[in-house]
Design a protein around this ligand. Structure first.
Ligand code: ZN
Length: 398
């Protein structure tokens, strides 16, 4: 018998929610699949009418609704606990997260506590079984095109007491259904379109180059990267007047997250998480800004998959170094096109603020789980140089 063992990837799984996508994907809610829905969102979603839009749809098919519209950016444990307490009172059979990444993360974590009030969120790991779904199914409705939280297994929650971000991760947190209706993201401002859209690109590139990449994640990440290169500038410049670009960006963001969620992320996210905690800038703006530096650093170590990525994008490159240069150039052009900062200095961080926080930036980055699946690990001196180069906007030469 022929053994294929040495050619095979170790046995693994591909995980995904049921995804309703395309024009009026929200009509999935008409199918009478629940009786009591609890919607977790924020004040912006309530004030611009998105919450009522979803409630009307649900009530139209006889669903009893309640909502919690108090999620804040980078939600803390206290908000999640308050939301879960409201859920316990209402006793829904569907929990719906509606909004950007913060709302979906808060909804995931609150739903977890609704199911398992006996478990401390800080103790949740992907290595345990929690028996979720005894009380409710979990549904996400993303209103941005980028975070990808609508399909992933993790929620980032801020532990205010310890001033840190904790990743609540369990494969059971992957939503049952994700409703990816481009109508919501067509309402986004250009700035939010760019901040979130460039995060989708970072998920696509890091998902493709992570050491956990596999055939399934490759296909999703590659096509998502193609879509973002083509449609993000159109979505940014034309807004709601280009529904095709909005739809493609919605699909690209969900596909990139599905690819990344089934492989993992890497250095640009480790740097972005760290700088996000220290400087409070939006996640996507930072990860997108750091991505070219992360690629340069990884390629300098001869460790990337950039030739495969460039060829997959249809670009002629002869070797890893040339491919990495082409990708970095294309990414920096895209960042310019959608008026994103290319350096921490351009992002508005003062020299003094940067210098005072450099050690903290390195400490936080080196502790980030995203580094574990990168292809080149920076030593302390390199970590400092990475941030210094990214501050000044210098290409990585080490
Ligand atoms: Zn991200």
């Amino acid at each position: 018998m022929v053994s294929f063992r040495r050619y095979w990837f170790l046995m693994w799984y591909f995980r995904s929610p049921l995804i309703a996508f395309g024009e009026d994907a929200l009509s999935h809610l008409d199918q009478n699949i629940c009786s009591r829905a609890f919607i977790v969102t924020d004040a912006v979603m309530r004030d611009i009418g998105h919450l009522q839009h979803v409630i009307d749809r649900l009530q139209g098919s006889g669903v009893v609704c309640d909502s919690f519209a108090e999620v804040e950016p980078d939600p803390g444990v206290e908000i999640v606990q308050r939301c879960a307490a409201r859920m316990q009172e209402f006793a829904p059979d569907w929990v719906i997260g509606l909004g950007g990444g913060s709302c979906l993360d808060a909804a995931k974590a609150a739903w977890f506590l609704y199911e398992r009030p006996d478990v401390d969120l800080a103790a949740v790991t992907p290595f345990e079984t929690f028996g979720l779904r005894n009380k409710a199914r979990f549904v996400t409705i993303p209103t941005t095109a980028g975070s990808g939280a609508e399909v992933t297994a993790a929620a980032v929650i801020t532990d205010i007491e310890k001033i840190r971000k904790m990743e609540v991760a369990s494969f059971e947190l992957i939503p049952d259904v994700s409703v990816v209706d481009p109508w919501f993201s067509s309402q986004l401002s250009p700035r939010l379109t760019a901040d979130t859209g460039i995060d989708a690109m970072t998920h696509a590139v890091e998902g493709f180059t992570s050491t956990f990449a596999n055939d399934f994640s490759d296909a999703l990440c590659l096509h998502a990267a193609r879509l973002v290169f083509e449609y993000l500038p159109r979505a940014y410049h034309k807004g709601m007047h280009d529904p095709e670009a909005r739809e493609k960006m919605s699909n690209a963001a969900t596909m990139a997250a599905l690819g990344m969620g089934n492989s993992h992320i890497a250095l640009a996210h480790a740097m972005g998480h760290s700088a996000g905690t220290v400087f409070g800038l939006p996640h996507g703006r930072l990860t997108g800004m750091f991505l070219p530096y992360a690629i340069e650093f990884t390629a300098k170590g001869g460790a990337g998959r950039y030739l495969e990525l460039a060829h997959g994008l249809g670009w002629a490159a002869d070797d890893e170094a040339q491919a990495a240069n082409m990708i970095v150039l294309a990414l920096r052009n895209l960042l310019r096109e959608v008026e994103q900062p290319l350096s921490l200095k351009e992002a508005g961080i003062s020299k003094e603020d940067f210098a005072a926080n450099l050690d903290s930036l390195c400490d936080r980055m080196e502790m980030d789980s995203a580094l574990a699946t990168g292809r080149r690990f920076p030593y302390r001196e390199q970590s400092m140089h990475l941030f210094e180069y990214a501050y000044e906007g210098k290409s990585i030469d080490f």
